[in-house]
Design a protein around this ligand. Structure first.
Ligand code: HEM
Length: 129
């Protein structure tokens, strides 16, 4: 039986499952393996802090997410298809493991942030103030 996301450990497991798919993905995998050689031992606690802050208001993450992705975009330009793929993988990973209010919340926040990134980077900020 699937349960809701209820603590940091759940988020760690969700992120491990997500990156298992993302790192070998045909569309976006190269960002994690070639554009940046992601050190998962360092990335996992940071990305978990990020989601713990988004889902549980934990106040643990203070990085500049947009700037990090703007830097990636400069090295290897993002296309809308990359964000679509990221969203599909993220949603599928959540749905494979969890069900409930926080599972819905993390998906909708992920989609919002990915949509803003896409608008800013791919469409030059169209529709954003
Ligand atoms: C096409 C979609 C995306 C790709 C290919 C991608 C790729 C990456 C990569 C390669 C990094 C590591 C950068 C580095 O360490 O220098 C990173 C960091 C990060 N990503 Fe993404 N990303 C995508 C979308 C998103 C979205 C939509 C979110 C949030 C909803 C997100 C959240 C983060 C966060 C919080 C970090 C930084 C963690 C830190 O401060 O070290 N990413 N991303």
């Amino acid at each position: 039986m699937k349960l809701d996301i209820s603590n940091r450990e759940d988020l760690v497991n969700l992120m491990k499952a997500f990156y298992t798919k993302a790192l070998v993905d045909e569309s976006i995998g190269h960002y994690f393996t070639q554009v940046v050689q992601l050190d998962m031992e360092k990335h996992l606690p940071r990305i978990t802090d990020f989601w713990e802050t988004v889902v549980f208001d934990a106040g643990k993450y203070q990085g500049n997410t947009m700037k990090i992705h703007e830097d990636l975009h400069e090295q290897s330009p993002f296309q809308s298809a990359h964000f679509t793929r990221w969203i599909d993988l993220f949603k599928a990973t959540v749905d494979d493991h969890f069900v409930g209010e926080n599972a819905e919340k993390i998906k909708s926040r992920a989609i919002s942030i990915a949509t803003v990134m896409n608008l800013k980077m791919v469409h030059g900020g169209a529709g954003l103030k």
